[in-house]
Design a protein around this ligand. Structure first.
Ligand SMILES: Nc1ncnc2c1ncn2[C@@H]1O[C@H](COP(=O)(O)OP(=O)(O)O)[C@@H](O)[C@H]1O
Ligand SMILES: CC(=O)OP(=O)(O)O
Ligand SMILES: [Mg+2]
Length: 366
């Protein structure tokens, strides 16, 4: 089956053509946090025309467990979740609508980041808030980057020859969005992103977790509206806010090299908070077989992975600088250590294609 996969991230839109489970072509457009324009949508959606299905990544699927065939009713429901993932969901809706217009007779399938985390244990998913808020089960932790986690779980187990039923992994997704997830036997057991993709470590432009008391104080003291606060937390915080750059790690590192103190501190905070979250989610595992670094930062910046891992020795994590500096999917720990460390390319495209194939087979066979 030929599947056009479309992956709107917070700093990019990626398209890939996957034929019978193998990607045969890729394209990417950098958007750097701005709303994806009509031209990029048209280019991405029309990138390959001879296809049997189009699969679109939606970070938020609510409590949906499985990918779903897109129709107007589903798109309306997914659009209503846009306020909970404003850097992603509106772009996915626009891309899916454009795909439906272009490929009239071709099925469009929505695949959800949240689906991987649907069975998070209650202790990890539940917020310590008044029970009248949480009783309906909507104000809870959803988790994101699920397509990436799903791929990592399969690929790491295969590369390390682990028993998939018990493998204990931490997936550290380092893109413009950043999250860490503990995976036990292929299931997510804790994850750093929560009700929205704002929670967790500091990200390119997102704050990650901040004392809610500080936010309450600023909203009151500066008479800030919820929309103003959302703009600050989603678009003007993280590496961007701390360093005064765009938040792209390439720019932050250039500023660090130039000796700019705000950038130096920003990178230290970024690494500190990441290690703290990794330590936090790892506590949901009985022991650790492997930690996997994935996403644009892990793929392109091995120096940062090495520096990050250097502060994770308490978990038994040790990396070999020569292996770290390599390319492609690889083990970066020395031989004989008890916890393997790996860098894997984020292959959400392959998960999107699998989701589309599964959905269409199911639709055909009833
Ligand atoms: N050569 C590079 N060196 C350091 N960081 C890079 C490099 N190329 C890309 N990145 C980082 O990867 C991030 C994008 O990650 P990616 O996972 O592709 O994006 P998205 O979150 O949009 O899906 C950028 O914000 C940038 O910080
Ligand atoms: C969920 C999320 O933040 O995704 P991305 O890193 O692709 O922006
Ligand atoms: Mg991404």
């Amino acid at each position: 089956m030929r599947v056009l996969t479309l992956n709107p991230g917070s700093s990019s839109v990626k398209a890939a053509l996957v034929v019978d489970g193998t990607a045969v072509g890729w394209s990417a457009w950098e958007t750097n946090g701005s709303t994806v324009d009509e031209r990029t949508i048209a280019d991405a959606v029309g990138r390959w025309r001879e296809v049997d299905a189009v699969a679109v990544r939606f970070v938020h699927g609510g409590s949906r467990r499985e990918p779903a065939l897109v129709d107007e009713e589903l798109l309306d429901a997914l659009e209503r979740l846009g306020r909970f993932a404003p850097l992603h969901q509106p772009q996915s809706v626009a891309i899916a609508r454009a795909a439906r217009n272009v490929y009239r007779a071709t099925p469009v399938v929505a695949c959800f980041d949240t689906a991987f985390h649907v069975d998070l244990p209650e202790a990890a998913a539940h917020y310590p808030l008044p029970r009248e808020w949480t009783r309906q089960g909507r104000l809870r932790r959803y988790g994101f980057h699920g397509l990436s986690c799903q791929y990592v779980a399969r690929r790491a187990v295969a590369m390390l020859d682990l028993d998939p039923a018990v493998a204990r992994l931490v997936c550290c997704h380092l893109g413009a969005g950043v999250s860490v997830t503990a995976i036990h036997g292929g299931r997510g057991v804790d994850t750093s992103m929560g009700f929205t993709p704002l929670e967790g470590p500091a990200m390119a432009t997102r704050s990650g977790t901040v004392d809610p008391g500080l936010l309450l104080y600023v909203m009151e003291a500066a008479s800030m509206s919820p929309a103003g606060m959302a703009d600050a937390l989603y678009r003007r915080s993280g590496l961007a806010g701390m360093s005064g750059t765009s938040g792209d790690l390439r720019e932050v590192r250039a500023a660090v090299k130039a000796g700019e103190p705000d950038a130096v501190l920003a990178l230290e905070v970024y690494l500190h908070r990441l290690r703290r979250e990794i330590g936090g989610v790892a506590m949901s595992l009985p022991r650790l077989d492997a930690i996997v670094f994935t996403g644009g930062v892990a793929e392109h910046c091995p120096e940062l992975v090495e520096r990050l891992a250097d502060g994770l020795r308490l978990l038994g994590i040790v990396v070999d600088p020569a292996r770290c500096a390599g390319t492609g999917d690889r083990v970066i720990s020395p031989d004989g250590v008890s916890v393997a460390s790996m860098v894997l390319m984020a292959r959400e495209d392959l998960e999107l294609a699998r989701g589309a194939e599964r959905t269409l087979t199911h639709a055909r066979t009833g």
